[in-house]
Design a protein around this ligand. Structure first.
Ligand code: 13P
Length: 249
């Protein structure tokens, strides 16, 4: 099934009020390329200002707590994100799995919280370099999906992002054949977990997506979009990726 492509930018711990100036050109590119969905996920502190500055652009968040409220100092709930105007939440990014020791069970609970509050959960999975070298990449990702995918979700609520850890921020990307193999394996796994709803869940590729490789990666079967880090920080880099996705749509 050909799904509508989603190009989402993950600003990570970057950006400032001044950087929101990039959003006007990104929103214009989203409007020009209406066959593609576009989103930007800035840090929590910029979400409300981003929504206010470009109401027509989809704004998301980079994490949420599994609970809707409570005694969790420093955490942000999906209820709060919804109020701030976020429409999507990235959960289980490999940087959080590593830095904050997030487990599959926690990622699962966070994805459920996002969906419960009307947001799209973007669940991230991906192997390390050592796991790929050991021939375990597909098995690792299948295990992450087993542990972190909410079983009642469908394509309107859930997106999966395949981000090989060794490709993030390194300028390295897997071969087209490796991307195709992994995305096909993820699709098969989603169908086994979700039934026919698994055919409608978009599978993004993430890891060193740039203007010069976006089209090649986005034309692989079952690559339904991209999760973009560094190249989403400026319109100059992000807009050509949106256009590349539209050319493959
Ligand atoms: P880069 O595009 O900077 O490699 O980051 C990818 C990523 O982690 C997006 O979530």
């Amino acid at each position: 099934m050909v799904l509508r492509k989603l190009v989402a930018g993950n600003w990570k711990m970057n950006g400032s009020l001044a950087a929101l100036g990039e959003l006007a050109a990104i929103r214009e590119a989203a409007d020009r390329n209406a066959s593609v969905d576009v989103a930007i996920c800035p840090p929590f502190t910029l979400i409300a200002a981003a929504v206010a500055s470009q109401p027509g652009l989809t704004i998301g968040a980079q994490d949420c707590h599994a609970d809707d409220k409570g005694a969790h100092t420093g955490c942000i709930s999906a209820v709060m994100l919804r109020e701030a105007g976020a429409k999507m939440v990235i959960v289980g990014h490999s940087e959080r799995r590593a830095d904050q020791h997030e487990t599959d069970a926690e990622v699962h609970a966070k994805a459920e919280a996002a969906i419960r509050n009307g947001q799209i959960a973007i669940v991230c999975v991906g192997e390390t370099e050592a796991e790929r070298d050991a021939g375990r990449a597909v098995a690792i990702v299948e295990g992450q999906l087993d542990g972190s995918i909410p079983r009642a979700a469908d394509g309107a609520q859930l997106v999966v992002a395949y981000e090989p850890v060794w490709a993030i921020g390194t300028g390295r990307t897997p071969s087209v054949a490796d991307v195709a193999e992994m995305h096909a394996a993820i699709r098969t796994k989603l169908v086994s977990l979700l039934g026919s709803a698994g055919t409608g869940v978009r599978i993004l590729y993430g890891g060193s997506v740039k203007p010069d490789n976006a089209r090649e990666l986005l034309s692989v079967a079952d690559v339904d979009g991209a999760l973009v880090g560094g190249a989403s920080l400026t319109a100059a880099q992000f807009v050509p990726i949106i256009e590349g996705a539209a050319a493959c749509a």
